[in-house]
Design a protein around this ligand. Sequence first.
Ligand code: TNX
Length: 569
Amino acid sequence: MHPGVAAVSTTPSPGLTPGAAGPADPVSLPSHEADAATLARAAERSAGDLLAPPTPIRLSDVVPAPRQVDPAPADDWLLPPDAVIVASADPAVLTVAAHLAELLRPATGYPLPVTDTTRPAPGGGITLTLADDDSLGAEGYRLTVTRAGVTITGATATGLFYGAQTLRQLLPPSIESPTPVTARWTLPGGTITDSPRFPLRGAMLDVARHFFAVEDVLRVIDHLARYKLNHLHLHLTDDQGWRIAVDSWPRLTTVGATTAVGGGPGGSYTKADYLRIVAYAADRHVTVVPEIDLPGHTNAALVAYPELAPDKVAPPPYTGTEVGFSYVDPSDERTYDFIADVLGEVAALSPGPWLHIGGDEAFKVKGEVYTGFVERVQRIVAGLGKTVVGWHQLAPAGHVDGRVLQWWGTNGGEDPATADAVRRGARLIVSPGNHAYLDMKYAPDTPIGHDWAGLIDVRTAYDWDPGTHVAGVPTTAVLGVEAPLWTESVTSLAEIEFMLLPRLPAVAELGWSPRTTHDWDGFRERLAGHGPRWSTAGVTFHRAPEIPWPATPAVPGQRPAAREGVNQT
Ligand code: TNX
């Protein structure tokens, strides 16, 4: 169990939904006032809170906003204690069914057996079915709630998985409780028909500036899956540390992983660790995009192997936060042996199609030397059967089949070189530094983060369009959107969550929802309902002032579940 969950003291009371509004602290009384009459008044008030009906969830409350919502209020369905989850015998469908059961069992306390029989349960059940429905696409689903239960239909197991995530959001926030809660588990009646706008929706975690344990990465994957994000980009190497084991160049981790920003101990993933992350992600329909940043951001590699350095001298280990000073020697053949070995081993561990080769801020490798280097590395990636991804600095290099550039500029999308690369066949992942960089502070007083690309409050994270952001790049060339989290100032899971939430759902909505649903006022209302979900799950988040969060739930004897500290705002 991760520390966030362990930190929650969940003492749920019958009928109380954590999302329900109530007085901040109905029973905290100075002991000298705790006479019988006062206690009776307090008991009456908290009983009132317990009886107050939870705010009903509407079918349209889902984040990211679904393509189409057709409510049928007369068809609300109450999940009965004996509900079953019916899934076809297809192993991928059974895995989704098992995942859904795991999401719903802790809070409901219901057994929710998974069965492949078609015998209907007396009180109705949840049915997952695969269907040949081209209109749903590779990731879409249809979710129908009637008085007989819920049916989720998808053309693929991925569609069913996203339908299950939607179902979770249609239940009261106390569904996030790690321990049983007495509640009415009502689902709003009607049909949601849903599919994504862009095929690639992701987040990046920089595990190089600060290292994060496998368990922390798994929690990040949970957050991605909850909002239908399907890619986790891991920035595995940088000046301050090399974080992935490479058998053919062992000193990369035995030497290169021992540092981190600020002088911490660093760390690295063994191949087994990395495979665990990849497998956990795959179970949640998330593809890992590994990044080996080249030719710059390589100080840790040069400390481990000075032969790769232009002057063949080991630089001192680096624990600061400057960029652009290090590079592997582009004129030495040994450098390309190194790159082929490293990328070969990383490719072999990564079932996804992508290899991210960085390419940013290599200030000392210029002009044709830079493009020549990139073209060689692109050929190495192609030779491994993978598709090149790189920061948009790769743009001037020659095209290689399928290559993808990641735009991180901050100037509103003006970059003729990137537009030209797209004309030559590149596709784009859009991550504007001034909208999608989750390491930017929310406001001047945000305790961690940067501001070089601007302050990014929730509205700034939400109010832009990945489909039209980069000038001269048609929406059809946009593969998707990614929110990067650089971690120079981020040192723990709580701090990761604080920077991700609530902005990650904003970026997720840009990637998933049709542009016609884009509406800040509606979004902030829907997003507000997620505060109680995160609190109940023990997830840290920033109580951004522009979001109308419901009042902190009044649970006698319970402190708010979200670990405050970084989110004491
Ligand atoms: C720029 S964005 C970088 C990173 C830093 C980040 C800090 C990019 C491709 N490079 O090396 O961590 O700024 O915000």
